[in-house]
Design a protein around this ligand. Structure first.
Ligand code: ADP
Ligand code: MG
Length: 275
């Protein structure tokens, strides 16, 4: 089941390599060690979910993968090359929709395409935007502005904009955290389908055990600053939640994850109560 540290000798086989990564936040002379030692290899086309309670360093890790922050020590490589900053080889989707309110659905997706730096004609950019707006089921709403969209629709736009960059790697930070459960299921299935279709290597952050089982090839459970355990999900894709629940494999994995995840939440609450 769980392996805590992976070997990192053969660098060619991995899309993403995270090696001995340490990161601390420095504020007014005080330091907070958000990531103590992270080691993880991700294969090309793999869908990784990072599961962990609030404050354990998930977003910090994603910001390092995105090149928004740099590790204080250790390194992250993509395709064998060390990350030096943000790049068009990675697209990020945040929990906050982060759409431009003055641009339409299509305008927001077009903006992503322009940022990608690809040399495309106006017509090609338009066709690409239309394609990804359609991919997320928003063709009928392409001329609407963000204020005219529901939360679920806004997040579909954010996903379309990220896909339109056509990067190999997709990084998502609790993208459906603010979305109601039924819509959330629809979006999870959509992301799962699109990532398979477009052969993405994905790092998806969540604190939802069911979401992780539905999406991931491997689930990385974090505890503050560290990886606690890694769990392989051997269930075939595409996964349908109603068909999974109750199967032996699902129940076993669910139990393992709940123990790995909630035990540490309980440990933390105990520690806080004891203070
Ligand atoms: P998660 O995404 O798992 O909730 P974060 O990566 O956002 O956790 O944060 C990890 C830890 O680092 C938390 O204790 C948080 O308070 C702290 N932290 C996050 N951002 C900053 C910052 N800009 N300055 C100082 N501490 C921070
Ligand atoms: Mg976070």
């Amino acid at each position: 089941m769980a392996e805590l540290k992976e070997t990192t000798e053969d660098t060619q086989d991995y899309k993403i390599e995270i090696r001995d990564v340490f990161f601390d936040y420095v504020q007014n002379k005080s330091k907070y060690e958000a990531l103590k030692e992270i080691n993880l290899n991700v294969k090309e086309g793999e869908f990784i979910c990072i599961l962990g309670s609030s404050g354990c360093g998930k977003s910090t890790l994603l910001s390092l993968l995105g090149g928004l922050n740099k590790p204080r020590s250790g390194e992250i490589r993509i395709d064998g090359k060390k990350i030096k900053g943000p790049g068009t080889d990675r697209a990020i989707v945040f929990q906050q929709y982060s759409l431009f309110p003055w641009l339409t659905v299509k305008g927001n997706v077009l903006f992503g395409i322009k940022q990608s730096g690809k040399k495309l004609s106006r017509k090609e950019r338009n066709a690409l935007a239309e394609k990804y707006v359609e991919n997320v089921g928003l063709s009928g709403a392409k001329d609407r502005y963000p204020s005219q969209l529901s939360g679920g629709m806004k997040q579909r736009v954010a996903v379309a904009r990220a896909l339109a960059l056509e990067s190999d790697v997709l990084l998502l930070d609790e993208p459906f955290g603010a979305i109601d459960p039924k819509l959330r299921l629809e979006l999870q299935e959509l992301v799962s389908k699109l990532c398979t279709q477009h052969k993405k290597t994905v790092v998806f952050i969540t604190h939802d055990v069911d979401e992780a089982i539905l999406l991931a090839d491997r689930i990385v459970v974090m505890e503050p600053g560290r990886i606690r355990s890694i769990h392989e999900v051997k269930l075939p894709h595409p996964r349908v939640r109603e068909e999974l629940v109750g199967t032996t494999e699902y129940e076993k994995l669910h139990r393992q994850l709940i123990m790995a995840f909630y035990d540490q939440v309980a440990e933390r609450i105990d520690a806080e109560v004891a203070l």
